[in-house]
Ligand binder design. Structure first.
Ligand code: ZN
Length: 204
């Protein structure tokens, strides 16, 4: 058994403190999957594990598609493990788009892969583009699930703000469930000892 939480901790990818998230909310915990994926051996290990879950379920995938930038390394590693094609979607003027000459065949079975599924918003935007081009979304995948959606093999239930459809499976290796707070309700802010920081905002 590999311990996903331990792998995140060992790679300084599961930070504890007082953080300002890109959504503007505050949190005690910050996940930085890029730190886990900087070692290709770890990326391969995790992708193989995710790939096994997917193939064991009987799901057949023709193509993995990831929303850029966060999902690309995880999605690419997963496509290698599954032995399928990899494409990506990217934001152009804030709108998720599939470009770079990528084609999708009619009814091509596409799995959308992120590094972390939070509410699944970006994953759904990429899924909508795949559907517009004729593809069929057969699954979602991520290294980690932030606990807003329900993944296969977990009892943790989906929350109201999960954007993913309930009838399409989400595969992930672990649930990382932790509270996020509005600035005005943040217990660390109320304590007044620390200011929320944005990890990586100092150019590192
Ligand atoms: Zn705070």
């Amino acid at each position: 058994m590999i311990d996903i939480r331990q792998i995140y901790q060992q790679n300084n990818a599961l930070l504890q403190g007082h953080f300002l998230l890109s959504s503007g909310k505050h949190s005690r915990v910050y996940l930085q999957s890029a730190k886990v994926l900087e070692d290709p051996k770890t990326a391969t290990l995790l992708a193989n594990r995710l790939s096994k879950q997917i193939t064991d379920s009987g799901l057949v995938v023709d193509t993995v598609c990831s929303p850029a930038l966060g999902g690309i390394i995880a999605g690419y590693a997963l496509s290698v493990a599954l032995g399928v094609r990899f494409i990506f979607a990217e934001r152009v003027d804030k709108k998720m788009t599939i470009r770079r000459g990528f084609d999708i065949k009619q009814n091509e079975r596409v799995l959308i892969c992120e590094d972390i599924i939070t509410t699944g918003g970006s994953a759904m935007e990429a899924a909508d583009e795949v559907i517009k081009m004729g593809g069929k979304i057969v699954g979602f995948g991520a290294l980690a699930n932030r606990g807003f959606c329900q993944r296969v093999n977990s009892n943790h239930k989906a929350q109201k703000n999960c954007a993913l459809p309930q009838d399409i499976p989400l595969f992930a290796l672990e649930d990382f469930v932790f509270e996020i707070y509005d600035k005005d309700d943040c217990p660390m802010c109320k304590e007044g000892k620390t200011k929320a920081i944005k990890p990586g905002s100092r150019g590192n």
